[in-house]
Design a protein around this ligand. Structure first.
Ligand code: CAA
Length: 379
């Protein structure tokens, strides 16, 4: 057993840490305040292969492993959680299923451009009446001649207003339950597809979150991803990987909050000395660091399982459950250490607190992760 990152993983970590410090951190507060999608970062990240970390080099990816990918998301989220989820939604939820389940033609047409960052991807599973109960979606896809015709709507789509391509689930056989759901690769320009208004969210305000509407939306039958009826399994398998991404994002948010709390504790003087000298503060910092380390071990373990061909769904749910709840607790303590200043926009910890909360919600709430974990214990 080896707890060290490899030389290659360390190099990637150093490169992304530097990028996050110079390009992301300086705009993080502004894009949050203005709810501005940081589109200018995408070509810069593409140049550094950040848009396709775990995909083969011959397809425009970085050819790195999933541990490296987790490290990349952690470093991005340490500076800006919105930027991390833009990359995570694109990579785990859109590019990965095309590499995993796509035809050679789909890989050629989409996966290459997604991995090299020319295109941005998104994943559309959730519907107004189908959140935790993902199988309850009402959207339909009917084969008419050479086209599937999509009708219905999706909500809370990360990257919604900026994506070039969507992975969309819809029922092709409503009588067959989860086995009647299929997945499709849908171009943003597909006739009959429209993107709705941005959500106004509590956190990750610089990421785009929109509904999608399908009204007799025609897509060619070659847009089917995998086989008809396999869409639910494709979506679940995709989320198994996506949850490692969200866990890594949560880890980065927590680490960023701890960094800020340590810096503040050293500079803030009360009772004639820096508050870092007070045991009350030291104990909070010690607890925060310990929880973050435990989260990091779970996140890297899940990514390592994926890299080593081991089943990783349970490990991924455990990592997301623990890292996301850690992020919220750690960001809360970081505010506590900052006192009243921590509640203002002058310090990054209030943003960390707002950003952390969503990691307990999207790609499966904490309750969903507990369902998945408990299900594996009781089978
Ligand atoms: N991998 C592959 N197949 C899987 C699977 C997995 N991880 N989990 C379940 N399946 C299969 C089962 O084997 C079963 O197959 P069979 O028909 O062959 O038996 C089938 O899927 C149905 O399984 P279940 O009966 O367990 O499904 P369920 O309806 O009880 O749902 C659930 C289980 C875990 C609650 C699931 O609905 C779930 O994960 N819900 C949360 C959804 C979610 O995470 N949504 C977030 C969307 S993305 C997002 O947040 C936005 C964004 O852009 C960031």
């Amino acid at each position: 057993m080896n707890f060290e990152l490899t030389e290659e993983q360390l190099l990637i970590q150093e490169m992304v840490r530097e990028f996050a410090a110079t390009e992301v951190a300086p705009i993080a507060a502004e894009i949050d305040r203005d709810h501005r999608f940081p589109g200018e970062l995408i070509p810069k990240m593409a140049k550094l292969n950040i848009m396709g970390v775990p995909f083969p080099e011959e397809y425009g990816g970085a050819g790195a492993d999933n541990v490296s990918y987790a490290v990349v998301l952690e470093e991005l989220a340490r500076a800006c959680a919105s930027t991390a989820i833009i990359v995570s939604g694109h990579t785990s939820l859109a590019t990965w299923p095309i590499f995993e389940f796509g035809t050679p033609a789909q890989k050629e047409k989409y996966a290459r451009k997604l991995a090299d960052g020319t295109m941005l991807g998104a994943f559309a599973l959730t519907e107004p009446g189908a959140g935790t109960d993902a199988a309850a979606g009402k959207s339909t896809a009917e084969l008419v001649g050479d086209d599937y015709v999509l009708n219905g709507s999706k909500i809370f789509i990360t990257n919604g207003a900026h994506a070039d391509v969507f992975i969309v689930t819809a029922m092709t056989n409503p009588a067959a339950g989860t086995r009647g759901i299929s997945a499709f690769v849908v171009d943003k320009d597909a006739p009959g597809l429209s993107v709705g208004e941005e959500e106004h969210k509590m956190g990750i305000k610089a990421s785009s979150t929109t509904p999608l509407y399908f009204s007799d939306c025609h897509i060619p039958k070659e847009a089917l991803l995998g086989q008809e009826g396999k869409g639910f399994k494709i979506a679940m398998a995709t989320l198994d990987g996506g949850r490692i991404g969200v866990a890594a994002q949560a880890l980065g948010i927590a680490q960023g909050a701890l960094d800020a709390a340590i810096a503040y504790a050293k500079e803030r003087v009360q009772f004639g000395k820096p508050i870092a000298a007070l045991q009350a503060i030291q104990w909070m910092l010690a607890d925060m660091a310990t929880e973050i380390d435990a989260a990091r071990l779970l996140v890297y373990r899940a990514a390592w399982y994926k890299d080593n061909g081991l089943p990783y769904g349970i490990a991924s749910s455990m990592a997301k459950l623990f890292a996301s709840e850690t992020a919220t607790r750690v960001a809360g303590k970081a505010i506590q250490i900052h006192g009243g200043y921590g509640y203002t926009e002058s310090y990054p910890v209030e943003r960390a607190y707002r950003d952390a909360k969503v990691t307990e919600l999207y790609e499966g709430t904490s309750e969903v992760q507990r369902m998945v974990i408990a299900g594996s214990l009781l089978r």
